[in-house]
Ligand binder design. Sequence first.
Ligand SMILES: [Zn+2]
Length: 281
Amino acid sequence: MTTESQLRADIVEVGRRMYARGYTASNDGNISVRLGADRLLMTPKSVCKGFMTPDMMCITDLDGKKLVGDRDPSSEMLMHLEVYRQRPDAQAVVHAHPPTATGFAVAGIPLDRAVLAEVLTTLGSIPIAEYATPSTSELPAAVRKYIKAHDGMLLANHGALTVGADLFAAYYKMETIEHFAHISLVARILGRENLIARDEVLRLQELRGSYGIKAPAPICATDADSGDPANCQVVQAPVGGGSRLVPDVIRQAADAGFDGEIRLTYRELSQLIEDAIRSLR
Ligand SMILES: [Zn+2]
């Protein structure tokens, strides 16, 4: 069990990293963690997350009543309380405005395409909660729709929200979202975003168990399968007929009892690559 003083220090450290990486500006963002069964430790209102000290934090109950602290709790406390109500497994909540991910949230583009294996195994998809006025009860209502099935989401025209089994797990998910958003932006600027086929997405989902990843909900492959983002992670992945990004040539050769050298002309290799790309479209 992590002590209260350690959790205060951890919030300070997470805030410092968020500010240093540009995920927040000025007094933006907020961080909270469970402190036992019925209390929360939370960042206070109106402080820069890059320059906090452990004594600044507030302790509240699960209804938001302040129990300890010289300052008022975060202006987004209602959103944090709603997350803890909906997700008994969540130990920590992080909210920030990382610029690339928030750009997607402003553009109304969810990060839900099957692009990176690591993101699929950890977060699955990253939907966008509908726009809500910050600090009001609208925001918890918007978050409620997705929080049961997702550990991370964008908040329309606002920022991003993550939860985790501890403070750093929630923070690292925020890093993953921003990193993924940055890579997605670069791929789209380059003009091509090759998606991972649905069969491969389902293989990646099976890896969650072996990596010890406790996802809140399974992946459903596409909207066309009438996946409901309230209870599964909707991922845009093409039907690839079992094809993979890289054809399983080596395994096929081994299965055929052939383990010698493979020689291809440049034209044959180009044809193989073109066929693989075409099968993903
Ligand atoms: Zn915010």
